[in-house]
Design a protein around this ligand. Structure first.
Ligand code: UDX
Ligand code: ADP
Length: 461
């Protein structure tokens, strides 16, 4: 039986659900899309007439929201009403790593997903296609299915896996022009219904259909491979620093081999973001569950290398500042996990700052898009010290020049373009001497900064 999709509901109006539904709404004006979230503040922000107040920052997103909102794109806290009306329900709620119990620090916490499934099961009175969009461990679909099919009602549920491959900061472009769209499922008509939506703007040869588990596992594998490339080049960056090789030159030389390719070879202070670490941990956890210890150890090393990179970046700052940063002002430029997003989940900046705070450094943070309270919340979440101590040692500046004033050192932790345009001579004049820059993104121009009088360290040089 072919499905006609007139109404879509998406549960979870975050970094994934927000941009994805906005783009679908823009491309399919005849489909009514309701994005629901239990977080009323977030929904209010999505509905704010001032587009600068949208809860997430993504280049190009506000224009799309402006075009579709109120036409066929709606934001609401009424989860049940939206479920009831919808022909197709996307689940894009958060799946953080468990911080308690079995699988703590490794497995994904599926409580939000399960809650959604139970809510759908309780409310639905007509057949639904349920699409898992969140990043999930393999076989989550099986759990969803079991909850949905044991409701005792006559309603049919068809479960699809449609992993997101969008990267933050380029989400809109990634959605409009994806390398591929992946749809996993069992029911051919349900799969076709979702293919029909994407094929309005994506070539059908880029839309892959697989079984449910292949789709789920492909998502984890894609992120594991990408993260592995970053850890691989980061491991070489340390070797470069010891041998006099330059990691950018090495990356360029190997990247020109078409078998290797040039992307994701940028050495950095360490990868962050909500996906890479979580997905690898899921992969490791699944492998361990099946007693595949060699497989688990292999992938775990990608995370261990990343932790090492963040730690050694902080250690290098401490060592260079004559083995003590106690009471020394250190400016951190960039708190987001990459440029062009206000997302800070797993950002390397959090861990570098935490190491420096262990040494009682006086930290001043500036980020063009991250609200100041977020910086404190991120640090407090680590639970490394009493909140009062964090608030005593850390300040957040609205102005980069203020953040750098009287600092002993500056650490560049996000590759925001605006950092390249600063008046570095002016910054130097107001810093302590010697004035150090630790460039965790290899963003700035060594020659120019050394001419001004900075002592400049970059990853992999
Ligand atoms: C990632 C995947 O790219 C995307 O397909 C998936 O859907 C979600 O996870 P995202 O986390 O948004 O996207 O950003 P990404 O561009 O992949 O960067 C992740 C981290 O790696 C960032 O901290 C980034 O700065 C770092 N990185 C990336 C490097 O350090 N070097 C690189 O060469 C590339
Ligand atoms: P992601 O990066 O995966 O999009 P976010 O944390 O940005 O993650 O977004 C997930 C959203 O899902 C949050 O805004 C959260 O409030 C919402 N959410 C989680 N569980 C539910 C639920 N049962 N019903 C409605 N919204 C939910």
């Amino acid at each position: 039986m072919a499905f006609t999709i007139k109404k879509i509901c998406c549960i979870g109006a975050g970094y994934v659900g927000g941009p994805t539904m906005s783009v679908i709404a823009q491309q399919c004006p005849d489909i009514q899309i309701t994005l629901v979230d239990m977080n009323a503040e977030r929904i209010a922000a999505w509905n704010d007439p001032d587009l600068d107040q949208l809860p997430i920052y993504e280049p190009g997103l506000s224009a799309i929201v402006e075009e579709a909102r109120g036409r066929n794109l709606f934001f609401s806290t009424d989860v049940e009403a939206a479920i009831e009306e919808a022909d197709m329900i996307f689940i894009s709620v958060n799946t953080p790593t468990k911080n308690y119990g079995k699988g703590k620090g490794m497995a994904a916490d599926l409580k939000y997903i399960e809650l959604c499934a139970r809510q759908i099961a309780a409310v639905a009175t007509s057949d639904k296609i349920v699409v898992e969009k969140s990043t999930l461990p393999v076989r989550t679909a099986a759990a969803l299915k079991s909850i949905l099919h044991n409701t005792g009602s006559a309603v049919n549920f068809h479960i699809l896996s449609n992993p997101e491959f969008l990267a933050e900061g380029t989400a809109v472009q990634d959605l409009l022009n994806p390398d591929r769209v992946l749809i996993g499922g069992e029911n051919k008509d349900a799969i076709q219904a979702l293919v029909d939506i994407y094929s309005r703007w994506v070539d059908t040869d880029r839309i892959l259909t697989t079984n449910l588990w292949s789709s789920e596992l492909s998502k984890l594998t894609a992120n594991a491979f990408l993260a592995q490339r970053v850890s691989s080049i980061n491991s070489i960056s340390e070797l470069c620093e010891k041998t006099g090789a330059d990691v950018q030159e090495v990356a360029r030389a190997i990247g020109m081999d078409s078998r290797i390719g040039s992307k994701f070879l940028k050495a950095s202070v360490g990868f962050g973001g909500s996906c890479f670490q979580k997905d690898i941990l899921n992969l490791v956890y699944i492998a361990r569950t099946y007693n595949l210890d060699e497989v688990a150890d292999y992938w775990e090393q990608v995370i261990l290398m990343n932790n090492h990179q963040k730690q050694r970046f902080a250690d290098n700052i401490i060592q260079t500042l004559f083995n003590t940063v106690n009471g020394k002002k250190i400016a951190i430029l960039g708190w987001a996990f990459k440029k062009d997003t206000n997302d800070t989940r797993e950002s390397a900046a959090i861990y570098v700052a935490d190491h420096l705070l262990n040494e009682q450094a006086d930290i001043h943070v500036y980020d063009p898009k991250v609200p100041s309270e977020k910086v404190f919340v991120d640090l407090e979440y680590l639970n490394s010290r009493p909140a009062a101590e964090t608030r005593r040692l850390v300040s957040v500046s609205e102005d980069p020049y203020e953040a750098c004033k009287d600092a002993h050192a500056i650490a560049i932790l996000t590759e925001w373009d605006e950092f390249k345009e600063y008046d570095w001579a002016r910054i130097k004049r107001h810093m302590k001497s010697p004035s150090f820059i630790f460039d965790g993104r290899k963003l700035l121009d060594r020659v120019k900064l050394e001419e001004i009088g900075f002592i400049y360290y970059a990853i992999g040089e």
